[in-house]
Design a protein around this ligand. Structure first.
Ligand code: PEP
Length: 257
């Protein structure tokens, strides 16, 4: 079986301006370096607001900062009359490795559809950025259709925008678990992750099915991360609230110890 490097991704949402971001990333780096830990076991990525990315780039480019970063969204368009939008080209120019696409807050507050999300996945791949495609069911969906049906359908449409051979990451985030303090169980996460991996294999081929990382998100903390990572189809976490507390985020990154 292929080895999938766990990815621990911190979604800052609408928190931390660029000065706070500089302080945070420096502290995180020091914390992760403590005790000669070189954060080799897991890949660590942060997702700050757009206005912080230039500052984070400068820090990450400094010697030994093995920290990846990305944006929380991007435009489906590359340039033109789209006031307020940020293109994949601009993100690539800042060396952003990843971009979150279709987070449930974008779906809910900005009415993002699965079709638009597929266009955004295509935009990320046009610029060599790895899309982290966020899917997940609401409490209502869970009751009506079970856990897998909605995320599976969301992912299938989103992958319609993916370029064959280009990397994608999938984040399974049950909407009812986000920011609620009520995480899914590891078994629930595994069940849906397995179904999502099958969709990746169907849409992008068996090899992609094997190599694609599937993250769990929704009230992840240092106290529950190890359980998720023990599941065979869960390859990391997308962390919201707990990613804003340096010690807690560092403890999540060091899930093995
Ligand atoms: C998120 O918004 O992606 C998330 C998982 O949030 P939280 O960890 O706060 O539940």
């Amino acid at each position: 079986a292929v080895k999938r490097t766990p990815l621990i991704a911190g979604n800052w949402k609408l928190n931390l301006d660029h000065l706070q971001a500089i302080a945070f990333v420096q502290k995180l780096h020091w914390k992760l370096e403590e005790g000669n830990h070189d954060y080799a076991d897991a890949e660590v990525a942060v997702f700050p607001p757009f206005t912080d990315l230039r500052s984070v780039q400068t820090l990450a480019a400094a010697d030994k900062y093995s920290l990846a970063y990305g944006a929380q969204d991007l435009s489906a368009h590359d340039s033109g009359a789209y006031t307020g939008e940020i293109s994949g080209a601009f993100l690539a120019a800042l060396d952003a490795k990843y971009v979150l696409i279709g987070h449930s807050e974008r779906r809910e507050y900005h009415h993002e559809t699965d079709e638009l999300i597929a266009e955004k996945v295509a935009a990320a791949h046009r610029h060599g950025i790895v899309p982290i495609i966020c899917v997940g069911e609401t409490a209502d969906d869970l009751e009506k259709h079970g856990a897998s049906a909605v995320p599976v359908a969301q992912l299938r449409t989103a992958l319609g925008g993916a370029k064959k051979g280009s990397e994608v990451v999938v984040a399974y985030e049950p909407v009812w678990a986000i920011g609620s303090g009520q995480a899914a169980t590891a078994e629930q996460a595994q069940q849906v992750a397995e179904a999502l991996r099958a969709v990746v294999a169907e849409e992008l081929g068996a090899e992609a099915g094997e190599s694609t990382r599937i993250l769990y998100g929704g009230s992840v903390k240092s106290g529950n991360i190890a359980g998720f990572l023990r599941e065979k189809d869960v390859d990391g976490a997308l962390v919201g609230g707990a990613s804003l507390v340096v010690d807690e985020f560092a403890a999540i990154v060091r899930f093995k110890s």
